[in-house]
Structure formats: C-alpha cells, structure tokens
Design a protein around this ligand. Structure first.
Ligand code: CA
Length: 384
C-alpha cells in the first residue's frame, strides 16, 4: 500500500521545484578528491555526488581568484561585465568595493520565485552593509564577511571586525573548542532542518576549507599519520573535515526526505595554490592566480537524483556560470536574458548533444592575464 501511495505521489513530488544546494570549497586542488584520482585523501561523502550524479571532467570557474569567482558564480554572469576581475576590484558607482549592487544574484532570482534562501560561510563580496548577503537576496546568513578566517577561535578569528563569525541572529557567534569547518557543516544542517518542508530552498555553503591558514584539529590530523610532509598532512586533514561536513549535510537531506529532489553542485572557487597550502592539481599545469588549467579547472560534481543519471562522467567543458541558468531552469523560473551560462540538465540527460559553450573565457586585466577556450583549443595570456 505504501509503495502504491508513493508511486501516486511521485509525479507530484518530482514536479515540485527542487531545492538548490551549492557546496563551494576554497583553494582545493583539482586532484584532491578520491573521485578525481587522489590516493592519499579519502573523500567518500563528496565522491557520493559523483556516484549518484554527474562528474564533469572539464569544469571551469570564471576566475582564478576567490572574490571574482564568487561574483561570477552568484550572478551567473562573467564578472568582467561589471568590473569585478580581482579580489576587491569590484566597485559600485560610489567607489565602494564589493559586488556591484546593480547586479542580481541567484538568491535574488530564486527568492523572487518563492524560495527560502540561505548563505553559510565565506562571503568575500564586500565588507559594507549594502553588500551584506542579506542585502543580496539571502533571507538568512551565518558566516564571515571577509575572505579568510581562522579555523579555531583566536584573537584574529571569531571575534570583532568584518572577520567575525556572524550567527543567524546577526550577532557575533562565539566559539571555543570547536573547528570552523564543523561549525559550517552544522549551520548548513540547521538551515535545512528549520525550514518549512513545503517551501523550496536555496542554500549556498561557502567553506573556506582548505584555504589557509593551515589549521586542523587532532580529530582530522590523526587520520593522516602516514603523510610525512606536515603541510600536506594538515591540508589533507582540512579536506577530510570538509568531506565530513558535506557528509553531515547530505545526511540531513536524507533524513528530511529531500535527497531525491535537491539539485546539488560541488566545486572549488579556483584551483589549488600548490605550495601555499599543499594542494595538488595533477595532471593540470598551473595553480591559483593563473589562467593555466590548474588555476581555473576544478572538481565539478552535480547530483539531482530525481532527474539526472548516476555514475555519469561528462567530458564537455562546463562553467560555474552555468549554475544559475541550470538552477533557474530547474525551478521553472525564467532566467534573465543577461546570464552567460546555460542549463546543463539537458546535456547531462543526453537530450542535447555537442558542447554547451562555443567559447569560454576569463580575464584579469589588472594582471594582464586571460584565457579563451574554443573547441579543443585554448589560448592563454600567461604573466607569471
Ligand atoms: Ca579561493
């Protein structure tokens, strides 16, 4: 009887707009997931997205640096269109630095479509009040406005200034004897748990892991006693914490019956900075801050069990700019004409063939670097 009821309800359930979840890591090497070939950092929870969904082997972000990559991700537009090409380079018409307020975010669009919207973690799109996530389409926010944050409570992290950790209530979130990646994982679970189950939601979880400072708790360090290099060991522990946090979030979805109809993306904001945090982009050349493959090509996983195939490996180039277009199409909301991305679902389902993009490009004028990918060719202006 229960299964008959489920079958009757299924079309209704799957026709409902999906929840949208973006899991964004920071400065993670493209090789630093088991599903991307890592041999020394097991990441079973993040890998589960590849098993239950699509792994894109040519997933690009729109910039090789933190802030502009976030500007592209959240607007679905090339950040070059609005002058946000370098960390803090974006300015509004008063000269204040941040994601220009003339730009709409995916949260703005989904909120207008009736979604509850939340942001957990690193913002890095402007320090002053008008750039705050709650002014940029997010109903709820838990995180740190600045681009970097200590992982343990300290004099510089977790207290005071724009780098304070801000709780759901807008007040400083004090923490002792805790670890920031664990805290973010729990905050994401809280957002999922406390909502009205009948209302779709959009949650953007911006982990700062495994961006520096290199700090990991003993719980995670103890998993990597076999790695002799201290930097690599600490980095591995930070990625392992990230994997645990993703596991907690996926577990929360399952417990709430939301696993089938949640569209999930996992990617990093830019490639690994190699020596600076012990990451690996193997076999790609280059690193964070450059337009070679290692700077802009990251893990890119997509799961939507109700609609997308499992165990799919997709080899055509895709972009972080596609996430807005894909999410808005999934929500059956008309995407603004000015977006640069495309809906990837028909490509992943095999309903559309060929490349989603004729051309992909990214540019950082201040450093005189850029790249254009066209067909099987890539032209790079490298200034290293
Ligand atoms: Ca970054």
């Amino acid at each position: 009887m229960r299964s008959v009821l489920f079958l009757l309800l299924s079309p209704v359930l799957f026709a409902a707009p999906p929840n949208v979840l973006i899991l964004f890591s920071d400065d993670q090497g493209s090789a630093d997931l088991s599903c991307q070939g890592s041999k020394d950092i097991p990441t079973p929870n993040i890998d589960s997205l590849a098993k239950n969904g699509v792994r894109c082997t040519q997933g690009y972000v729109s910039s090789c640096m933190c802030s502009p990559s976030r500007a592209g991700l959240l607007t679905g537009r090339s950040q070059s269109r609005f002058g946000h090409e370098i960390n803090w380079e974006g300015r509004d018409d008063t000269g204040v630095r941040g994601l220009p307020v003339t730009e709409k975010t995916l949260a703005d669009h989904l909120k207008a479509a009736g979604y509850r919207t939340g942001c957990v973690g690193k913002w890095h799109l402007g320090d002053v009040a008008k750039f705050h996530p709650k002014q940029r389409g997010f109903d709820e926010y838990f995180g740190h406005i600045g681009g970097s944050h200590d992982y343990f409570a300290s004099k510089d992290g977790g207290k005071g200034g724009t780098y304070a950790l801000e709780g759901w209530d807008g007040k400083p979130f004090e923490f002792e004897n805790d670890y920031l990646t664990d805290i973010k994982g729990r905050a994401a679970c809280e957002f999922i748990r406390k909502g009205d189950a009948a209302k779709p939601w959009f949650l953007y979880v911006a982990f700062n892991a495994p961006h520096g400072p290199l700090q990991a708790s003993e719980k995670y360090l103890s998993r990597f006693a076999g790695i002799a290099d201290k930097k690599r060991r600490t980095y591995a522990a930070m990625v392992s914490a990230l994997d645990d946090a993703v596991g907690a979030i996926l577990g929360e979805l399952k417990a709430r019956g939301m696993e089938e109809n949640t569209l999930i993306f996992f990617l990093s904001d830019n490639g690994g900075p190699l020596d600076r945090n012990g990451s690996l982009n193997t076999p790609l050349s280059g690193e964070k801050g450059y337009m070679l493959e290692g700077g802009i090509r990251t893990p890119y996983l997509v799961q939507w069990k109700a609609k997308l195939p499992a165990w799919k490996v997709y080899d055509q180039p895709v972009s972080s700019l596609d996430i807005s277009a894909t999410a808005l199409a999934a929500a059956k909301t008309e995407a603004p004409a000015n977006l640069d991305g495309v809906d990837l679902v028909p490509y992943f389902r095999g309903e559309k063939e060929g490349r989603p993009h004729d051309v992909l490009y990214c540019r950082m004028t201040a450093r005189c670097i850029w790249a254009i990918c066209m067909g099987d060719w890539k032209l790079v202006m490298h200034n290293g």
